[in-house]
Design a protein around this ligand. Structure first.
Ligand code: 4NP
Length: 151
């Protein structure tokens, strides 16, 4: 399975999701490919936010090598499952995909953890470090639920 984690800037939430999911995929002996992307181009080429890097490293996960990329319509062909970190991101994925937007591949990231709730992972970008810690815990649980439902 090839999965893509998507948020807005690809520097706060989805890089954590990529790092945590890759870690869990390895732990579980799965052969999934995991990447991440953003719906906006503001931060393309940048490393993850320093607080995203810090909280991941605290859990033994180094995401410093990751670089932000923007989602394109072609991303739909490259992945089996695309996880939107938030409802606004879900809508933007649909828009960017245009005719290639196969929305059967797209799911809200937290719906495996909390089925049918359509919850969003809060955007920590404008907040303090504590927000990143909460986001990490939520993403960790979300990844765990996705693995449980798909392995
Ligand atoms: P992310 O957070 O989508 O979790 O990477 C954000 C990063 C950058 C911006 C907004 C959210 N921004 O407006 O630049």
């Amino acid at each position: 399975m090839r999965i893509l984690m998507v948020c807005l800037g690809n520097i706060c939430r989805s890089p954590i999701a990529e790092g945590v999911m890759r870690h869990k995929v390895k732990e579980n002996g799965l052969d999934w490919i995991v990447d991440s992307a953003g719906t906006e181009s503001y931060h393309v080429g940048e490393a993850p936010h320093r607080f995203s890097q810090k909280i991941c490293l605290k859990h033994g996960i180094d995401i410093s090598h990751q670089r932000a990329v923007k989602l394109t319509a072609d991303s739909f062909a490259g992945y089996d499952k695309i996880y939107a970190m938030a409802t606004d991101v879900y809508e933007e994925i649909k828009y960017l995909g245009g005719k290639q937007a196969d929305m059967t591949k797209v799911e809200l990231f937290l719906n495996d953890l909390h089925p049918g709730k359509n919850e969003s992972v809060p955007d920590p970008y404008y907040g303090e470090e504590g927000g990143f810690l909460q986001v990490y815990e939520l993403i960790d649980k979300g990844c765990e639920a996705i693995i449980k439902n798909n392995k």
